[in-house]
Design a protein around this ligand. Structure first.
Ligand SMILES: NC(=O)c1ccc[n+]([C@@H]2O[C@H](COP(=O)([O-])OP(=O)(O)OC[C@H]3O[C@@H](n4cnc5c(N)ncnc54)[C@H](OP(=O)(O)O)[C@@H]3O)[C@@H](O)[C@H]2O)c1
Length: 371
């Protein structure tokens, strides 16, 4: 059979944690391997990377790597995005960038399709994927914002190590193995303490404040600042009060967020639950009798953001109609999937560049050149 014709999708940073997840999702959609270009640094050029039941050659990212591509999903660092994303746009690609390089640029849409997908296609061919913590937070809260308005968010995060990339997963595995088998420990310092490579603190059997830099004046760290700034931009609410505390936990994959949201319009529990139950991209996991709520394990390799532990803030008295403004909940989302790769693919789908093809019923997806 002749190879399926059509433009390619370029995945920049294909060898990393997010890039590999993009490949997993593209292969699950049935995109033929010859239409996927796996790009990475010179370090991994010449190697091969799994794609479904085959392997893709990894090619070094260069300025002309985007020829013949309709979409470029960037899953590398911010500097690489700044260096190469504008060229990919010039080469005719719709570019979706996972890094922080363009997120706050006033001309670049910052998009969670379930929240502000209407921006796709309105302005330019470069779209920024928000920070993973922000995507999970706003996907969970969007139904409440639509129904009642939101004036404030307090959120404590419990973030998986893979948010810091592939090397951080190895670090958690190595430190865990060493702690459980000290007689064969390979990664410790002479005093037996783990010798971190990615994080400044040991990550196995430990919890620590998020590894992004802390602003010396405000005390807010980089991750918390992203959540504040990006939530305000995505919801177009410059005065939104966001109070995050971001923490790393010894979980491989999927972030957990304990959220208290303050609504504009007070609501009953039935109304809050009703709004959340109809929310796009959300699955409710909320069984008080069984004490069963969202967990990172339940969210891992799942598309939806899991939402549960839905309850009124016990510190607020209800009004005479039983309504309150402040509501507590827990959200768990796979930050490599909905927090990065899936969100980027959804954007390309919304843009009409990655369109459901005739074989979609069998799980396939095809690319079209139309943007
Ligand atoms: N991890 C998450 O949960 C998550 C979520 C949302 C957004 N993000 C963002 O997504 C991006 C990727 O994160 P990650 O966690 O996947 O990181 P990662 O596992 O460390 O992977 C980084 C990738 O970037 C490639 N790369 C580095 N320098 C490059 C260069 N000069 N030219 C071409 N490719 C280069 C690496 O290729 P080599 O193998 O050749 O080094 C690798 O494929 C980052 O901007 C991150 O902030 C991450």
């Amino acid at each position: 059979m002749p190879p399926e014709p059509g433009p390619c999708i370029a995945v920049v940073g294909a060898t990393g944690a997010v890039g590999r997840e993009v490949l997993t999702l593209l292969s699950a959609r049935g995109l033929a391997p010859h239409r996927v270009r796996a790009l990475a640094s010179a370090r991994s050029a010449g190697t091969a990377i799994p794609y479904g039941d085959t392997l893709l050659p990894v090619v070094e990212l260069t300025a002309d790597a985007f020829r013949g591509c309709a979409v470029a999903i960037f899953a590398a660092d911010a500097q690489t995005a700044r260096d190469f994303a504008p060229g990919a746009v010039d080469a005719g690609c719709l570019v979706v960038d996972n890094s922080s390089a363009f997120r706050l640029h006033p001309e670049v849409p910052l998009v969670v399709p379930e929240v502000n997908g209407e921006l796709i296609g309105r302005r330019g061919r470069l779209i920024a994927n928000p920070n993973c913590t922000t995507i999970i937070l706003l996907t969970a809260l969007e139904p409440l914002r639509r129904a009642f308005g939101v004036r404030a968010i307090d959120v404590a995060t419990y973030q998986a190590v893979s948010g810091a990339g592939l090397a951080a997963i190895d670090e958690l595995h190595d430190q865990t193995r060493d702690a459980l088998h000290p007689e064969t420990a390979r990664n410790g310092s002479p005093n037996g303490e783990p010798k971190p490579r990615v994080f400044a603190e040991p990550c196995a059997f430990n919890i620590f404040s998020h590894d992004s830099a802390v602003d010396p004046d405000s005390g807010v760290n980089g991750e918390e600042r992203k959540v504040i700034d990006e939530a305000r931009k995505i919801w177009n609410q410059p005065d939104l009060r966001v109070t995050p505390t971001c923490v790393r936990v010894p979980v491989v994959r999927a972030h957990t967020e304990a959220i208290t949201v303050t609504l504009d319009t007070p609501a009953t529990e039935a109304a809050v639950r009703g709004a959340l139950a109809g929310g796009a991209g959300i699955e409710i996991v909320d069984d008080r009798a069984a004490n069963s709520f969202p967990t990172p394990r339940k969210a891992t390799e799942r598309d939806p953001v899991l939402v549960g532990r839905i309850r009124p803030d016990p510190g607020e008295r209800p009004d005479e109609h039983g309504r309150r403004r402040r509501w507590c909940l827990i959200a768990c989302g796979d930050q490599l999937r909905k927090g990065a790769a899936l969100n980027a693919i959804q954007i390309a789908e919304h843009a009409g560049v990655l369109q459901p093809g005739p074989r979609q019923a069998a799980g396939a997806q095809t690319l079209t050149a139309a943007v």
